[in-house]
Design a protein around this ligand. Structure first.
Ligand code: ADP
Ligand code: 5GP
Length: 201
């Protein structure tokens, strides 16, 4: 497979899919923006596997594939992940087959993954578009994390805020574009424009 994924031939024209990584601190608005991109662009959202506990409002197979560490480690051994990483003590991974199939179909595929995952994807797909969402400020980020109502305790919240700053600093060194998610509609527009520009590249 080429670095940009497979291509399909329709009427003699190759239609390569576009791979978009959307990263940002926990609670910055990644899921919200991804949902809107699916509606607006018909983009496909990769559903990651994770060992973290399922949140009250989360649906298995839609938000994540929730599984035990043993099940996850079996999948690592079988080479089922495009990339995987440990985040806040839990494992998260991108199922490889689904992503490769969708790129082969010429789709825009969005991976909502962390910066470690972004780095791995950039190695595998050097032309992938790497977008990083920034919060307007840390107070707003803390409010959004609590607003998700996943029942995180104060210690988890503190760890997430500490990790956010480190992640922002790292992303600045290799992500294609940093986008502030203050006004939601404006942020979505910026993401859509970045994807549009990348498609033409
Ligand atoms: P993530 O997927 O990055 O963890 P979510 O998409 O779950 O974040 O968003 C966290 C919370 O922040 C949600 O309650 C969401 O409605 C809210 N949110 C997202 N974007 C904005 C925004 N631009 N302004 C205010 N609240 C926002
Ligand atoms: P959350 O538990 O808040 O949904 O996600 C925690 C972090 O894990 C977020 O930064 C999210 O982007 C990241 N993440 C989710 N799925 C994956 C994945 O498949 N791979 C990697 N590397 N990170 C992921």
């Amino acid at each position: 497979m080429s670095s940009e994924g497979a291509t399909r031939s329709v009427g003699g024209t190759n239609l390569p899919g576009t791979l978009v990584v959307l990263s940002g601190p926990s609670g910055v608005g990644k899921s919200t923006i991804c949902r809107r991109l699916v509606e607006r662009l018909g983009a496909s959202l990769s559903v990651s596997a994770t060992t973290r506990p399922q949140g009250r409002r989360e649906v298995n197979g839609k938000d994540y594939w929730f599984m035990s560490r043993e099940q996850f480690e079996d999948k690592i051994r079988c080479g089922e992940f495009l990339e995987y990483a440990e985040v806040f003590g839990n494992l998260y991974g991108t199922p490889a087959d689904a992503v490769r199939e969708q790129i082969a179909e010429g789709k825009t595929v969005i991976l909502e993954i962390d910066v470690q995952g972004g780095r791995a994807v950039r190695k595998l797909f050097p032309k992938a578009l790497l977008l990083f969402l920034l919060p307007p400020n840390m107070t707003a980020l803390a409010e959004r994390i609590q607003g998700r109502n996943r029942g995180e305790d104060a210690e988890t919240l503190r760890r997430r805020l500490d990790a956010a700053q480190r992640e922002i600093d790292e992303a600045k060194t290799f992500y294609t574009k940093m986008i502030v998610n203050d006004d939601l509609e404006k942020a979505i527009q910026e993401v859509v424009e970045a994807i549009g520009q990348n498609c033409g590249a």
